[in-house]
Design a protein around this ligand. Sequence first.
Ligand SMILES: NC(=O)C1=CN([C@@H]2O[C@H](COP(=O)(O)OP(=O)(O)OC[C@H]3O[C@@H](n4cnc5c(N)ncnc54)[C@H](OP(=O)(O)O)[C@@H]3O)[C@@H](O)[C@H]2O)C=CC1
Ligand SMILES: CC(C)(CO)C(=O)C(=O)O
Length: 312
Amino acid sequence: MRITIAGAGAMGSRFGLMLHRGGNEVTLVDGWLEHVTAIKEHGLQANFNGEEITAHLSVELQSNISSEEKTDLIILFTKAMQLDKMLQDIKPLIAEHTKVLCLLNGIGHEDIIEKYVSKNNIFIGNTMWTAGLEGPGKAKLFGNGSVELQNFIPGEEETAKKLADILSASGLNANYSDNIHYSIYRKACVNGTMNGLCTILDTNMAGLGATKPAHDMVVTIVKEFAAVAKHEDVNLDIDEVVEHVETCFDPETIGLHYPSMYQDLINNNRLTEIDYINGAVSRKGKKYQIATPYCDFLTQLVHSKEELLKAK
Ligand SMILES: NC(=O)C1=CN([C@@H]2O[C@H](COP(=O)(O)OP(=O)(O)OC[C@H]3O[C@@H](n4cnc5c(N)ncnc54)[C@H](OP(=O)(O)O)[C@@H]3O)[C@@H](O)[C@H]2O)C=CC1
Ligand SMILES: CC(C)(CO)C(=O)C(=O)O
């Protein structure tokens, strides 16, 4: 299958690499010139569960996409604020049959995707895989993960299941979800707790979990997400979601991972996705007249830190 990874940072590199090793024809597309050049010249280098490997993947700068390269599947893995521009740039790759799967963290990306892709070709989901970049063309990939996905509109269930099978055949452990909005909110609770708190407290997820107030903070934030989700007919089971979020504390699984927001702001001095996670809940809270004080405060703290660090 011809697969394009649109946004080939840490996660795009992981998915691209695993799908390539699984026998698919993969092209990475990204806007970061040094990263694209490094992969072109030396291949994608990765520490993959402790083993140093190099994969010679096809890679293109997103500003150089030409219309002769239609693709079967596009997996979107940009940062939320880069999504619109990426979709504009890869328009020439989108044929009538092209399926588009969005696995970004955060809530509401379908509003942007719909501007470029017909609804029957849109598939949405989320992932618990982790990844990091150690420099241009160099990924660090450890631990296990999973993917959940579903068709955006009814009628495409079989295609969604086939997409899950394609990802699973490459070891990505993907499952069809019959309630993806629940699953996206559930994952947003993971990011709404782990990402902002680890970034502000300067720790990884295991470190956060080892502090006494961690559990209360997780519960309070999950309750704010749940109150907002309820207005969108998504009824989160708070105890189940808290338990799921707290699996991230385990140093034997992904606890040693520094969330992507930490990598953005602290390691790379880049702006964060906070407005698409806790910030989205704050905005929805205002709209539905629900108080979301922890999400409001965490969003403000992260924005203050972005300013203090002069993140770009
Ligand atoms: N990392 C993780 O473990 C996980 C991330 N996610 C989600 O996946 C999506 C993609 O995240 P992720 O893969 O972490 O993103 P990355 O930050 O690794 O890459 C995203 C883009 O940022 C730019 N970029 C990244 N690092 C640099 C740098 N040092 N200098 C210049 N540009 C850089 C590149 O695009 P450009 O140059 O065009 O700006 C790149 O395509 C996000 O929605 C994230 O929340 C989900 C699960 C886990
Ligand atoms: C859950 C977690 C922490 C890893 O999958 C993540 O989504 C991130 O790093 O943004």
